[in-house]
Design a protein around this ligand. Structure first.
Ligand code: 5GP
Length: 128
């Protein structure tokens, strides 16, 4: 179920628990600002999630409240991870779902990095 991205941060969300080491993840990268790990249900040959270390519900929350240092650190981490995965030359796709219409399921900001195959339509048609 998509989340309401206007709600306050929930410290029990699954990515908060991964950040605290309470749940396992297959870590790709970690620095002061971000943690990157493989998605548990990959939608492409490469499907990595990058999350900020701070308590931000969504891209909107992060853009509004994070410091310039956190924003720069996070954006650089996304680039670093994609580059490190060898995705710059073939190309890749970034996605950040926000709230209900965006079908965001985990209420901690995450950027999806998809790669390893050709992507076509940017937004698939609605199901049903
Ligand atoms: P959203 O729809 O919120 O943008 O994407 C959430 C993503 O988190 C999904 O792609 C889902 O597979 C992934 N995910 C959910 N729970 C876990 C987990 O416990 N571990 C990992 N590695 N990924 C998860």
């Amino acid at each position: 179920m998509p989340i309401d991205a206007t709600l306050p941060y929930d410290d029990d969300n699954v990515f908060a628990r991964i950040l605290r080491g309470e749940l396992p993840s297959t870590k790709v990268h970690e620095d002061e600002f971000a943690l990157a790990f493989h998605d548990i249900n990959p939608q492409a040959p490469v499907h990595i999630l990058v999350i900020p270390k701070g308590r931000y519900v969504s891209w909107d929350d992060f853009a509004a409240k994070a410091s310039d240092t956190e924003i720069a650190g996070f954006i650089r981490a996304v680039g670093h991870v994609a580059r490190g995965a060898g995705l710059v030359e073939p190309g890749y796709r970034l996605l950040a779902n926000v709230g209900g219409h965006g079908h965001q399921e985990v209420p901690h900001l995450h950027v999806h990095i998809f790669g390893g195959r050709q992507f076509h339509e940017m937004i698939p048609p609605p199901r049903g």
